[in-house]
Ligand binder design. Structure first.
Ligand SMILES: C[C@@H](O)[C@H](N)C(=O)O
Ligand SMILES: C[C@@H](O)[C@H](N)C(=O)O
Lengths: 166, 166
């Protein structure tokens, strides 16, 4: 299957917030995001997989850095209200995205991305995929390094990175 | 911000696999996906947020149902090799996606999706977002109900669901 990777983008304007041990029952995600939505806080990535504790789930999401403090306070208030666990966060992140067509099967492209970052000892803090892209959240300080080695790995033009596109 | 939701899609051809308590150090994601990629198993969603146990992360991903058994065996073997925790899975899932333009801010659309599903007592097992879509993995048995109530919530034409689009 022909996957054509067309570019690498990065975004350093976001911060990650994680709410752990959310009761895994209907309605929790709705209650958590209602105040965030009402406050018109933009949310970019929302990630929830299955957790390791039965009946609980961890949810991570990213918000613009300027909204970080407000969103943390809301999430902490909701964590109490929902009977969830700790809220932890990191404002110093970068989202690196590899954009491609025909990504129907991410495993090949994803594996190459993970190996490329791992060869530079860059730790992957969040992963999210869609048909056209694989996004990894890493420590902000590795942004340039990550973009450069991914450009090389996918043999993209040495053009300057596509810039801070979401 | 004008968000135009253009459709709802669903996919019941996938199964979810989760590997818990993966050591949160560089290289783990690369090692996990290498055998899956070598076996040419298509992976659709890959989701990793931050976990509740410091130094560990849970990773969830979806594979085509026919590859479920093979992928589980690989993941269990890798879990041992990487010193990760339990592998759990569910072959009876459906991925429901709400497609829209201008989703730059997911919080409004996401919140409405979560509330619509919660009103039907449908539990959300995975969440993944991209610029053009919000995807929720739910129990397969709620597919039709979820698609119908989301069509209503976003006032989409009563056309038949867009079909099993990834
Ligand atoms: C954890 C959270 O997503 C919950 N399962 C819900 O449906 O709201
Ligand atoms: C958990 C896993 O993603 C790890 N952080 C890695 O970089 O491979």
């Amino acid at each position: 299957e022909q996957v054509v990777v067309s570019g690498i983008t990065y975004n350093r304007n976001e911060a990650r917030i994680t709410i752990t041990n959310v009761p895994d029952v209907p309605g929790m995600a709705a209650k958590l995001f209602r105040p965030i939505s009402d406050a018109k806080i933009n949310v970019d990535l929302i990630v929830q997989g299955s957790g390791s504790i039965p009946g609980r789930a961890d949810m991570s999401f990213t918000v613009p850095k300027p909204d970080y403090d407000k969103a943390i306070r809301m999430t902490e208030r909701m964590a109490e209200e929902l009977g969830a666990g700790k809220v932890h966060s990191n404002p110093n992140i970068a989202k690196i995205s590899v954009i491609g067509l025909g990504m129907r099967s991410h495993s090949g492209v994803a594996c190459k991305i993970f190996e490329t970052l791992s060869n530079q000892n860059i730790n992957i803090k969040m992963i999210s995929t869609s048909e056209i892209k694989v996004s990894c959240v890493i420590d902000e300080k590795y942004t340039e390094l990550a973009v450069r080695v991914l450009h090389d790995a996918f043999e993209l033009e040495k053009s300057p990175p596509l810039g801070t596109v979401k």
